[in-house]
Design a binder for this molecule. Structure first.
Ligand code: GDP
Length: 574
């Protein structure tokens, strides 16, 4: 607040405040906005006290008050929000299309025309909301920002292809979010499909269908031919009924940003899923760190609305800035308040970025945090070169016992580290254990940005020891890897009596002669060793910089291939 605002609250003249400040050698004007400390100092001068509450807390307090006013009886059943996940080409998009085409009345403004991140269908007079972007990237991205919009997941598994890596990833993402899964076994129109086999494969991943004594819901469908779609929708309604998804229609509207963009004509617009309350034209709101006032509302059929009830996806215009997908959306009573919160959140975002590392789990500070009782579970994501090493590592990890901490493998797979792994690690605060696999440059940058720790190993024994020791608090990192650069192998020359010389291009950082290299082929480490000679043109050199070409010969290794990528690093003793 400004000195003027404060003087009104204190019941003293602004002039008197300024005079007292001047006497202390401080020259302010009435419109100077005050920090909490400054306000406190002024109040002290007048023998008054203040209590501070953040705008955010105040808003939440107000909302809570209204919620309790609304009371339990205001909680109503609300439509479920469904995300379709599964392996690529298993038919997610086709399934969504079929559902939307068959269950949106054609007279409703020509069906769903607008892409607003989610769409609402009516089945047996009950609404169901589908998130438009299938796959777990979108799902995780929203979760990463603290938004849990999905109530249930449809896991699409193609009957002719079975459980595949992304099927497993999707299962793990849904499980870690605690969201119920309905399996849709798709493409049953194809000849010679074996449903039992798919169901059997699913059992391994904790999805046990009736035939195998479990209660997982599984519906055979053909997205293309429209078979079984009604059964699937019936199941969605049934699962929704069992889980009793509820919301309060009487509180100020709140929701989540699904997508946002800058429209050249209309300014910042966003698709918002209204999850509770009713959003009306003219409502002031805060979303992420931006504020705004609802200028126009459209639904997924392109229809202009005056208000949107829970649960409805709508396109909202009137944002001051473009929010981010996953940001929360909250109606507040005045635009001034929204703007104040927006400012506060912007400042907080800066601080948070600074402190982000503090919250992240790292093997090095694990013991201290166990002592502080901050950590009871150590979430791990395990990525390995081959299935066999994964099983071996898992077995060894299972043998590690600790009185206070349990190891929890959130996701495991053979293959390179992907962006999706980083996202999952970031949302679950997991550490990624990489056994003979590497991330791409982009993934590595993303890990850095998200402050996700990736631990690289090439010896199982060392991996297990590291984890054991960090649990015991005796992990003393003696060697730390220092990344120098990446080199692409363009051509390999066989030189008589010398061996293979790799003609390379330094695509990132630099290469130093006394560095070590790791040969990465399709994300998998095939060799780690030393450089024997480093040439720039014909000259033997100590280092070669980014953007230059060089010739590299490795010590005791000649099976280098064009297309390989060399990761150059140094080991630092710490
Ligand atoms: P997505 O990558 O999971 O979104 O998969 P798509 O929906 O793009 O489908 C991949 C391919 O499978 C397309 O060629 C579809 O036509 C085909 N497909 C999808 N559903 C079915 C189905 O029920 N039966 C058959 N035979 N093909 C299907």
């Amino acid at each position: 607040m400004t000195i003027k605002d404060l003087s009104e609250k204190m019941g003293v003249k602004a002039k008197d405040i300024l005079q007292k400040l001047l006497a202390k050698g401080v020259l302010y004007t009435v419109n100077k906005s005050l920090s909490l400390e400054e306000a406190q100092m002024i109040l002290d001068l007048f023998g008054m006290e203040c209590k501070s509450i953040s705008f955010e807390d105040k808003v939440l307090e107000d909302v809570r008050e209204e919620e309790t006013q609304g009371g339990e009886e205001s909680l109503c059943e609300r439509p479920p929000v469904v995300t379709v996940m599964g392996h690529v080409d298993h038919g997610k998009t086709t399934l969504l299309d079929t559902i939307r085409h068959t269950h949106v009345a054609a007279k409703e403004h020509g069906g769903i025309t607008q892409h607003i991140g989610a769409s609402k269908i009516l089945f047996k007079n009950k609404p169901i909301v589908f998130i438009d972007t299938p796959g777990h990237e979108a799902f995780t991205k929203l979760r990463l920002r603290g938004a849990n919009v999905t109530d249930l997941v449809i896991l699409v598994v193609a009957a002719d292809d079975g459980v595949k890596p992304q099927t497993i990833e999707a299962i793990n993402h849904a499980k870690s979010a605690g969201v119920p899964i309905i399996v849709a076994i798709n493409k049953i129109d194809k000849p010679d499909v074996n449903l039992l086999k798919v169901k059997q494969e699913l059992v391994q991943y904790g999805i046990v269908v009736e035939e195998y004594g479990g209660d997982a819901v599984c519906v055979p469908v053909s997205a293309k031919k429209g078979i079984g779609i009604e059964d699937l929708l019936d199941m969605i309604l049934l699962v929704a009924e069992v889980h009793e998804f509820k919301g309060n229609p009487r509180i100020p509207a709140k929701g989540t940003i699904l997508e946002a963009q800058l429209d050249p004509q209309r300014g910042p617009i966003a698709s918002v899923l209204i999850q509770e309350g009713v959003l009306s034209l003219g409502d002031a709101f805060i979303s992420g760190s931006t504020a705004g006032r609802v200028r126009a509302l459209f639904d997924d059929k392109g229809k202009r609305l005056k208000e949107a009830k829970m649960v409805t996806p709508v396109e909202v215009s009137g944002f001051e800035e473009v929010p981010a997908a996953g940001d929360s959306f909250q109606v507040v009573n005045t635009i001034e308040k929204a703007q104040q919160i927006s400012l506060l959140r912007k400042q907080m975002a800066v601080d948070e970025k600074r402190n982000k590392t503090a919250g992240r789990l790292s093997l090095n500070d694990l013991f201290d945090r166990i002592k502080e009782k901050e950590v009871q579970k150590l979430p791990l994501i395990l990525k390995t070169d081959v299935q066999g090493s994964m099983e071996a590592i898992e077995d060894s990890l299972a043998k590690i016992q600790h009185p206070d901490v349990t190891l929890q493998i959130i996701h495991k797979a053979a293959g390179p580290i992907t962006e999706s792994d980083i996202l999952l690690a970031s949302t679950t605060n997991a550490i990624i254990i990489a056994y003979n696999v590497r991330p791409s440059k982009r993934t590595r940058e993303q890990a850095k940005e998200e402050q996700v720790e990736i631990r690289y190993y090439s010896i199982i024994y060392q991996l297990i020891e590291d984890i054991k020791q960090s649990l015991e608090g005796i992990l003393k990192p003696i060697e730390k890897e220092h990344f120098l650069g990446t080199v692409d192998v363009r051509k390999v020359f066989k030189v008589p009596r010398v061996g293979s010389v790799a003609g390379c291009y330094v695509s990132e950082g630099k290469v130093e002669k006394d560095g070590q290299v790791r040969i990465v082929r399709n994300g998998i480490v095939v060799h780690t060793g030393k450089i024997q000679t480093l040439h720039h043109y014909t000259q033997e050199v100590e280092s070669v910089k980014e953007g230059q070409e060089c010739g590299i010969r490795l010590e005791n290794y000649s099976d280098i291939k064009a297309g390989d990528s060399l990761e150059v690093f140094k080991i630092e003793q710490i």
